[in-house]
Design a protein around this ligand. Structure first.
Ligand SMILES: [Zn+2]
Length: 371
């Protein structure tokens, strides 16, 4: 039965208030079933009845059904290399409270990180003024197993076959789901950001590494059940520098935070305007060329309608976007040249945590699982 609730909730999320007649037509449910489903959603407090915006015919139109975004909340967590960001959001992915902490690698154990995450979630519940969460979505660095419970291998943290869901569920008492962290960002963008209504969205994220995520027709692309599009590990030179994955000459071995910081003569935490500073160095031209080469391959293989940039790429100088707009179209099939768009994420620095929340909402609410 829950699957019907999920159908109705997703339409209300994506298209706003709807009459019962339209919901029945769109879902293919009988009037009796739809009445039953909406009655449960009304009793649960997830939706409310409202006057329709405008009458569309003769006679008095029925009341419309609308989602109540503050009816429930979820927690979203982003785990990056040495950084955790957390948020509690409403049903539309809007943050109600946020927090972050850094952890030292490789010294900090996964147990210590999960204990701190559980503590921070308790604090966020107070800040967000909610005493109940539907669940927790965690974006993790590296591929996850098909059941979305275990981190298979995270190069930057050194975590392998780590059963993070079990660890976090014991600590928090909440239901938890994992997703590859850049795929989670792509899900957030597809549900609540620039990717709404876009058939194929490719998300590209640069921080300590260069990751990507893909959502096609609203569904996260999870090749082999692992949920990672390894754009950063496209090999662009067999004789290139050794990559964190053990191979040589991957895109990420040239375009990552550490290498770009070295080009600036800097060490330590990267500044927010990292690429603005790199623009004035000798590394900028080769960096643009390598990004263009790799994105041309990705576009030919994945045919995204929209590419959204996050992390340092979201704060890149306009010259990066001008370069891509000029040099990418001639490198791809003619039908892709007209439809391809590039944008900076609109979620700012909280995008990873909102990604985790978007995954939690997919699993624990918009699937209808709770009904
Ligand atoms: Zn690699």
């Amino acid at each position: 039965m829950g699957v019907h609730h999920g159908q109705v909730l997703r339409i209300l999320r994506d298209e706003g208030p709807q009459s019962r007649a339209i919901l029945a037509r769109r879902t293919g449910l009988s009037a009796t079933t739809l009445t039953h489903v909406t009655a449960q959603l009304l009793a649960d407090g997830s939706v409310a009845e409202v006057e329709p915006a405008a009458s569309s015919g003769v006679g008095r139109p029925g009341l419309a059904i609308r989602l109540l975004p503050n009816a429930h909340h979820v927690a979203g967590v982003h785990i990056g290399a040495g950084l955790v960001q957390l948020t509690v959001t409403d049903l539309l992915g809007s943050p109600k409270a946020a927090a972050s902490f850094e952890f030292a690698l490789p010294d900090t154990s996964p147990e210590a990180v999960t204990a701190r995450i559980a503590d921070e979630i308790e604090k966020l519940k107070l800040l967000a003024r909610t005493d109940h969460l539907l669940g927790v979505g965690v974006g993790v660095p590296g591929p996850v197993d098909a059941g979305q419970r275990t981190i298979l291998a995270s190069i930057n943290t050194g975590w392998r076959n780590l059963p993070l869901v079990g660890m976090l569920e014991r600590r928090t008492g909440l239901t938890v789901v994992l997703e590859h962290n850049v795929t989670a960002m792509a899900v957030a963008e597809a549900r609540f950001g620039l990717g709404r209504g876009v058939p194929a969205l490719l998300y590209v994220y640069l921080r300590s590494g260069l990751g990507a995520g893909l959502v096609v027709d609203g569904v996260p692309f999870r090749p082999g059940g692992h949920g990672a599009v390894e754009l950063g590990h496209i090999q662009i030179s067999q004789n290139g520098p050794r990559c964190s994955c053990g191979n040589h000459g991957c895109l990420e071995s040239y375009v990552n935070e550490r290498v770009l910081m070295r080009a600036l003569g800097l060490e330590g935490s990267a500044p927010a305007d990292l690429l603005m500073q790199v623009e004035n160095t000798d590394v900028w031209g080769p960096t643009l060329a390598r990004l263009t080469d790799s994105l041309a391959i990705a576009i030919s293989l994945l045919t995204p309608d929209l590419i959204v940039f996050g992390g340092h790429l979201a704060d890149a100088p306009e010259s990066l976007f001008a370069h891509l707009r000029k040099h990418l179209p001639p490198r791809v099939m003619p039908h892709m040249r007209d439809i391809l768009r590039f944008e900076r994420t609109g979620f700012g620095s909280q995008l990873g945590a909102i990604g985790g929340a978007a995954v939690a909402l997919d699993h624990f609410f918009y699937s209808g699982a709770r009904y």
